[in-house]
Design a protein around this ligand. Structure first.
Ligand code: ADP
Length: 282
């Protein structure tokens, strides 16, 4: 047996002892200890932790939100669809009637390709789109993964509690929770939500997850919102504008870029002691 199989068997015997005890926290600690002891590689550690944390994830944690969905109205021509597929790089496009809250189908790139071949009978978007698969955004991603497999579906439309569209989720979003980002040939690399900057500061996007920020020592966990942008809007009672700053949990957060609806980026710096938030800004 070589060294690597030795270390793996040590880890697996630790894990299996803990599995018998059915204790997730201990299991997580065993993975972290094994990583600190060099028994598992960093990628293995994040995959094992991903599997463990997978149990606590819901569709709304993982989906692409409604505002970022590339969708098309049902009256569009197939040329319009082809143009959107090329522009967005996505191979499945939700189709709506009147508003994005009324998704009536999904059009697949591979279903429109034959329509552009010579001699193919002209078809409308309504004729080639497929039935959408709707799921509540509160569904566990673990259950959804099973449903994707049994239904042979790769995309679902997530609904909010009022039946409106909350977002979309694909099998890739679910699998990425375990294996990390999968960039395909057409993906434009997405900006990292948390980027280390100078002197212990960070640049955050408004989407940076509150749970991930606790790992930096900024604890703002909240039942109402998941992202730092959402938290600051709730805290301020309005969408903060460029230059506004907040002192929270020993950190200074300055809005670098925002529009009327969204915070795009934030500078997170360790707060210098004694500094107070500007009264008109918090
Ligand atoms: P594709 O290769 O067609 O983009 P994937 O399943 O690989 O589809 O998904 C890659 C990412 O793109 C996922 O985060 C998914 O939520 C997102 N995505 C897929 N289709 C759309 C769409 N029509 N609009 C916006 N985002 C989408």
């Amino acid at each position: 047996m070589d060294d690597s199989s030795d270390t793996h068997s040590t880890l697996w015997s630790r894990l299996s002892r803990l599995f018998c005890r059915d204790n997730e926290e201990k299991l997580e600690q065993a993975i972290l200890d094994a990583s600190a002891d060099g028994e598992v590689e960093p990628e293995e550690k994040s995959m094992l932790l991903g599997i463990l944390r997978f149990n606590d994830l819901f569709v709304h944690d993982t989906m692409t939100p409604r505002t970022d969905m590339d969708c098309i109205p049902v009256e569009s021509t197939l040329d319009d669809v082809a143009r959107l597929i090329v522009k967005s790089g996505h191979s499945r496009i939700p189709v709506f009637r009147d508003t994005r809250d009324n998704i009536v189908g999904i059009v697949h790139a591979k279903d429109i390709l034959p329509c552009f071949l010579d001699g193919h009978q002209p078809l409308t978007l309504a004729q080639i789109m497929r039935e959408p698969f709707f799921v509540p955004d509160t569904k566990s991603t673990r259950t959804l993964l099973q449903e994707f497999r049994t239904r042979k579906q790769h995309i679902a439309i997530a609904l909010d509690e009022y039946g409106g569209t909350s977002g979309l989720i694909t099998i890739e979003d679910v699998i990425e929770e375990i294996v990390g980002d999968i960039e395909d040939e057409h993906d434009t690399p997405r900006e990292e939500d948390i980027r280390a900057s100078e002197n212990g500061s960070y640049i955050l996007t408004g989407r940076a997850n509150l749970e991930d920020l606790t790992e930096l020592g900024l604890s703002l966990e909240n039942d109402e919102v998941d992202t730092i942008g959402g938290y600051l809007c709730m805290y301020a009672g309005h969408v903060p504008t460029k230059g506004e700053n907040f002192l929270l949990d020993g950190w200074k957060l300055t809005i670098l870029n925002a529009d009327q609806k969204l915070i795009h980026s934030i500078l997170l710096e360790p707060s210098t002691s004694g500094e107070k938030p500007k009264p008109d800004e918090n």
